[in-house]
Design a protein around this ligand. Structure first.
Ligand code: NA7
Length: 559
């Protein structure tokens, strides 16, 4: 058995950097990393986690910007692997703020004594295959090298900031923060002239919060986006009690659902089978649900352009009814893409801020940024907006960015960056050929944020854990996918991604198109967590179909 062999090998190294070897190295201590540590350590694997930050929490550790909040309901955006905690933990709001989710992650780490196996403040700078010894060597910015038979990356899919290369941005002398690297110290906004660059989920949340504090807020909008009211509010005692009573069944349902969270669409119903009056009632109810129902209230919103256009127009009418100035309202009305083809934004009063005297919308598609200067931003028209602070909400080098940043080198010294030059290659979003025994939690071509990401993670951790157990029981030294299996999977991911209207909206991170020069490719699997789970399970039950399994030899483990 491998655990025993690695332990023997470790025993031979007694006294020589004992703490630098493990059975499994997990990279990242967000929800993915702590789930993997809890599960694999519980199975008897000596598991070590390397974490870039100073605390657990991942996304919720780094994203401390004002207004940061989850867009999945709290009682569903929590882990399914601690049923006792489901009963004990009291979420305060329908959609949790960053600090409450971070507290929850810290509490999980405490109650399962996870920190003893996590090394904080370590950025992984290299992961290199030692073929002769069948091990991975993981290097950190502290100059250490850790070794393990298995590596599980849990570095997040939205964790490498996209920093726009705009002329003069380094000349700006004011405060400047990317939302994903927000300072831990208090940032004073009162009385300041602040600009937020970007109007995605993050920019909308940040702008809404900053508008309440800043002297003046300039929202720099390149593309107007669809946003639905989250109707966030404190959770009522009876709601919490009701969910706690049905948590066991609900967690099982979440694990096997399309999105890992509850929505309320009339199943299978096509919009135009209803008369217009009825459709408008359905849209209105969906708008007031405080969830993402507007893009799911009929089955064909994502595929029928005419239906989609009607729903998009309904959303634009809502913006016009909220924003007092018709010219500003028009600029805020999204037209660039069908509704629902990008991550739908959930807001807490975003459009309302444009009725405040201290908020200005700056349409940088009409009057683009020419350059940043020492004291602000200069537009092409010659207009200078003087600023004390620039908040950069331009998103992430999503999904592949965090993995490529770790300089991963596999069999035959092949570099992951080269393998992925034309787009990510992977089998099931879990493994890559020539990188044996290296598993990617929320890796490219897996569901990631198309589902409640805690449940996308949970499925991956369970699959990886079962796989490691299988390898152990069958004395298998290494596992990696075949080229053919990868090709087939990538073709399936592309086919699923091309269905419906999503494929017509190319300028977003789902296709890598938010990053200049990044190859256009499907970063995520859009076919549903339930269908994805079924495929992954079938592969495992079929003796890991599509994978090459190499049996352990007598003395495969290093002397
Ligand atoms: P997103 O959704 O990628 O949004 C980024 C925003 O920044 C979007 O409005 C972009 O405009 C804008 N952007 C990006 N680069 C530039 C430059 N160079 N100049 C001006 N504006 C720019 O990132 P978020 O952080 O909001 O959300 C990411 C995910 O986190 C989200 O999907 C949820 O899953 C949670 P564009 O639309 O490209 O014109």
């Amino acid at each position: 058995m491998f655990i025993a062999k690695v332990a023997t090998w470790r025993a031979k190294r007694m006294g020589q950097d004992m703490n630098r070897q493990a059975d499994v190295i997990v990279i990242g201590a967000g929800f993915g990393g702590i789930n993997a540590l809890w599960k694999l350590r519980g199975m008897g694997f000596d598991t070590l986690v390397l974490e870039r930050g100073g605390e657990v929490g991942g996304t919720w550790y780094w994203n401390r910007y004002p207004g940061c909040r989850c867009d999945v309901p709290s009682m569903e955006y929590s882990v399914p692997w601690d049923p006792e905690l489901d009963q004990q933990w009291d979420w305060t709001e329908r959609y949790s703020g960053q600090s409450e989710i971070l507290e929850y992650a810290k509490h999980l780490a405490d109650r399962h004594d996870l920190r003893r196996d996590i090394i904080f403040n370590r950025t992984v700078t290299g992961i290199c295959r030692d073929e002769g010894r069948g091990l991975w060597q993981v290097e950190t910015d502290a100059g250490e090298t850790y070794e393990a038979r298995y590596v599980v990356t849990a570095a997040g899919c939205l964790s490498t900031p996209n920093l726009p290369d705009i002329t003069g941005i380094r000349d700006f002398r004011g405060e400047m923060y990317h939302t994903g690297e927000w300072p831990h110290d208090h940032v004073t906004l009162a009385g300041k002239e602040v600009a937020v660059l970007g109007t995605g989920s993050t920019g909308v949340q940040a702008s809404t919060a900053i508008a309440g504090e800043a002297g003046h807020l300039f929202v720099l909008q390149r593309t107007a986006q669809y946003s639905l009211p989250s109707l966030n509010r404190p959770l009522r005692e009876e709601e919490k009690a009701e969910m706690k009573a049905r948590y066991p069944e609900h967690r099982a349902w979440q694990r096997n659902s399309f999105a890992g969270q509850q929505m309320d669409p009339p199943a299978g119903m096509k919009a135009f089978d209803d008369p217009k009056k009825r459709r408008l009632e359905v849209y209105e109810r969906a708008w007031r649900a405080g969830r993402q129902d507007l893009i799911a209230c009929y089955a064909d919103i994502g595929v029928d352009a005419d239906v989609n256009a009607e729903v998009a127009e309904f959303a634009r009418a809502k913006i016009r009814s909220i924003v007092n100035d018709p010219a500003i309202a028009e600029k805020l009305c999204p037209t660039a893409n069908p509704i629902g083809t990008r991550r739908i934004i959930m807001d807490t009063g975003y459009f309302e801020i444009f009725n405040q005297d201290n908020v200005s919308l700056v349409d940088i598609s009409e009057d683009p940024i020419d350059r940043f200067v020492e004291n602000g931003v200069q537009l092409r028209s010659g207009r200078l907006i003087e600023l004390d602070m620039l908040v950069i909400a331009t998103g992430y080098d999503a999904v592949t960015g965090p993995l490529l940043a770790m300089n991963i080198t596999g069999t035959g010294r092949v570099r992951l960056a080269d393998v992925w030059r034309d787009g990510p290659r992977s089998y099931l979003g879990l493994m890559v050929k020539d990188f044996p025994n290296l598993f990617t939690i929320t890796g490219p071509t897996s569901p990631t944020v198309h589902a409640n990401v805690i449940f996308a993670i949970d499925q991956h951790v369970d699959w990886i854990a079962d796989c490691l157990d299988y390898l152990q029981r069958n004395d298998i030294a290494s596992i990696e996918p075949t080229d053919e299996a990868q090709d087939e999977w990538l073709a399936h991911v592309a086919e699923v991604g091309s269905r419906g209207l999503r494929a017509s909206d190319t300028n977003n991170w789902y296709l890598g198109q938010n990053i200049p020069g990044k190859p256009r490719a499907f970063m995520t699997y859009a076919g549903g967590l339930n269908n994805y789970r079924a495929r992954c399970d079938a592969v495992a039950q079929d003796g890991y179909r599509g994978f090459m399994l190499t049996r352990a030899e007598q003395d495969a483990v290093v002397e």
